[in-house]
Design a protein around this ligand. Structure first.
Ligand code: GLP
Length: 250
């Protein structure tokens, strides 16, 4: 894992956008793995700005999102489908038919997981996977304890995750209890992974991830240590508990 320390959220978003734009330009039919949450919003803003200013085209790009809440209608403002539309898709020229997000309203959820894996595995793998990290170390919605060999599956959300995500809802009770998520093995199939981390709330988990040799299912993000091409773009606050000398993974 390569750790790139950046000053702040703005710099993290700007560098991440340059990496994505470069990929889209050099490989116009690339596959992008996308994430939700507060962390990638700045990156998406930069992509939109670039699209408006320089016309970088997403006409042949395919996108694959990590996860979706179970039971959440795509039209619901709290669904990840809606989040992606609002924060990115409505503002760039990615064709609707190229957008892939698990369907949390599917009647047969297990079949939906299988369908999503088939989509993901069609042709070449994802070129760049964007990830955020939960303060308990989750990636996608893979909570601590998830098998590293998992593919797309249904998860019961940890209470800490529901509380952290309650800020997007009116009340905690409205936060779904389950989600459908790409598994750890599905995520690790990407050719390149970009983990974005910003803010003091992520300092503890970054310390755990970067200062120990722990590769443990209790810390889902530690699976990334098994991948050959991971870049962590983390800001000063997120790395504030990690003394450079103690960085075990560079
Ligand atoms: C959510 C998402 C993750 C995201 C994480 C961190 O639960 N499922 O994909 O990376 O939490 O969110 P944030 O970026 O808002 O800190």
């Amino acid at each position: 894992m390569k750790v790139l320390e950046v000053k702040d959220y703005h710099e993290m978003s700007s560098i991440a956008s340059r990496i994505i734009i470069e990929k889209v330009k050099s490989k116009p039919d690339c596959k992008l793995g996308l994430a939700t949450g507060g962390t990638p919003i700045g990156l998406y803003k930069e992509l939109i700005q670039d699209y408006r200013k320089n016309g970088t085209s997403y006409d042949h790009v395919c996108t694959y999102n990590l996860d979706e809440y179970v039971g959440m209608d795509p039209e619901d403002p709290n669904s990840y489908r809606y989040f992606m539309e609002k924060n990115l898709f409505a503002h760039i020229n990615v064709p609707e038919s190229h957008i892939h997000i698990p369907d949390g309203t599917a009647e047969f959820l297990e079949a939906e997981c299988e369908r999503y894996d088939v989509e993901l595995n069609r042709g070449e793998g994802v070129d760049i996977q964007i990830l955020g990290i939960g303060s308990n170390g989750h990636i996608g919605f893979n909570e601590p304890g998830t098998s590293f060999s998992s593919h797309t599956h249904i998860v019961k959300l940890a209470e800490t995750t529901r509380k952290a995500n309650a800020r997007f809802f009116q009340r905690l009770e409205e936060v779904p209890t389950h989600a459908i998520t790409m598994g750890i093995a599905s995520i690790l199939k990407a050719k390149q992974i970009l983990l974005l981390v910003s803010g003091i709330k992520k300092a503890e988990v970054m310390k755990r991830l970067l200062t120990t040799n722990e590769i443990d299912e209790q810390l889902p993000a530690s699976a990334l240590k098994k991948h050959q091409n991971v870049t962590i773009l983390a800001d000063e606050n997120a790395l504030s508990l990690v003394k450079k000398a103690h960085l075990k993974y560079k």
